[in-house]
Design a protein. Structure first.
Length: 431
């Protein structure tokens, strides 16, 4: 019985690996792949260990190599972001937000949040982490024409409501939020600016997205696995020293006990890859996103943000209302091996969440596999055949598989110089 179940478990794992990592095109905007070098560093003994507390001041024995690694990783990332204050222990972007939000506001106090239409993440809202912490959500006004925060109206809201902090950055955003303007406004009422760079950390370290820490943000939270192509995890970088200290005292024990230690060396390897290849990678991402948007428009899709140049991030948004809606289109594409997610568009009512008008596409993963403009044109054609021409998805999938087979290695990484050969994994030791 157990052996049958084991067979089933192993089969599911093998099939998913094959499907998601070698047959299909992943356009989920929040995902990426690690290099072999980072992956091997991830498969280490650290995944079994505990290290509560701060480096060199742990509550556990056995952490001397981790202590050194954690300090080193924070230093590498800090140098890329222009700060010496980096906290690596949040195990996800949401936990990073929770730790910062909780320190900045007590239950019943207010936080002003980028408009949901401009891409705020659920953790910024009363439905997510902010709500769980009992902090009151004050939405900043939305400027439909610029698909962004309405700066003048937002300054008034901040002056009137005097929130403890403002959150910018988001999950569905094509254009940068106005950090400097909001930082000035919130600082003038004694509050702090938190920038959530979960999606754009890779673009920031690659120099293709403004570093919010240089424009007045007091803290920047992030995930380490979206445009920054590392293991799933979170981090916080600070310019405000008191906030850094306070959050450092509360990540543990409030929000993590153990911080999933094997993330740390894999994050370090990825950070070093971004130090070397990050600029060309980020450059290729934004070029590809713009190209994909243009090709999709010329294939007949309704691409959001035409007047604004479609996108400045890794994302492209499609309005697929006339093609059957987001749910149906996302399903058909999945059948054709093109993985995307359905998404609310700024004009959708919140209750449309199960069948919204939009699709969100991200090019960071296909870019990391080495795809460029001509591949963006090919992806746009595949999508047209499924969604506009109504071709059988299974038939298109056969061609998608063929196409995908040409892109099997992770680029912009130390794999290119064979560094993975030097990393011993735990498996080598066990065998
Ligand atoms: C993805 C995302 C998060 C959550 O990150 P996790 O690492 O999945 O917890 C937080 N904020 C924004 C803006 C995101 O897009």
């Amino acid at each position: 019985m157990a052996s049958e179940l084991l067979e089933k478990v192993i089969k599911l794992v093998n099939e998913d690996n094959e499907w998601r990592s070698s047959q299909s095109l992943n356009l989920i905007a929040s995902e990426n792949v690690m290099s072999k070098t980072a992956l091997k560093a991830y498969l280490s003994d650290f995944m079994f260990r505990y290290a509560e507390g701060k480096p060199f001041k742990r509550y556990y024995q056995g952490t001397k190599y981790l202590d050194e690694l954690e300090v080193l990783t924070a230093k590498i990332i800090g140098e890329m972001l222009g700060t010496s204050m980096v906290e690596l222990r949040p195990i996800s972007g949401t936990i990073a937000n929770a730790a910062v939000f909780r320190v900045l506001a007590a239950p019943g106090e207010k936080a002003a949040i980028a408009p949901v239409q401009a891409g705020a993440h659920v953790s910024h809202t009363k439905f997510g982490t902010l709500g769980a912490l009992g902090i009151i959500q004050v939405p900043l006004p939305y400027d439909e024409e610029n698909m962004n925060v309405d700066v003048d109206k937002a300054v008034k809201v901040i002056e009137e409501e005097k929130p403890k902090f403002v959150v910018l950055g988001g999950s569905v955003y094509l254009f940068p939020h106005p950090v400097k303007e909001m930082a000035d406004a919130i600082h003038s009422v004694g509050g702090k600016l938190v920038y959530d760079a979960a999606h754009v950390l890779g673009l920031i370290v690659g120099g293709r997205w403004r570093n919010p820490l240089q424009y007045g943000a007091d803290a920047m939270t992030a995930s380490t696995h979206k445009t920054f192509p590392g293991p799933q995890g979170g981090l916080i970088a600070f310019t405000d020293k008191d906030l850094y200290k306070e959050v450092g005292k509360t990540v543990f024990p409030w929000f993590v006990s153990n911080h999933h230690l094997h993330r740390i060396p894999a994050t370090a390897v990825t950070a070093l890859e971004m130090k070397v290849y990050g600029e060309s990678y980020a450059d290729a991402i934004v070029t590809n996103a713009r190209a994909l948007a243009e090709y999709l428009a010329s294939e007949g899709f309704n691409v959001v943000g035409e007047k604004l140049g479609y996108t400045r991030s890794h994302q492209v948004l499609l309005d697929v209302r006339t093609l059957g809606g987001g749910a149906k289109c996302a399903y058909l594409l999945e059948e054709a091996g093109i993985i995307v997610n359905k998404n609310l568009l700024p004009w959708d009512p919140p209750e449309a969440v199960k069948d919204p008008s939009g699709l969100r596409l991200g090019v960071q993963e296909v870019t990391r596999l080495g795809m460029g403009k001509s591949e963006m044109a090919e992806i746009a054609r595949f999508m047209k055949r499924v969604l506009i021409d109504g071709e059988e998805p299974a038939k298109v999938f056969e061609e998608v598989k063929e196409f995908r087979r040409q892109f099997r290695s992770v680029r912009y990484s130390f794999d290119e110089i064979g560094a993975y050969k030097n990393v011993n994994t735990l498996l080598d030791l066990l065998e």
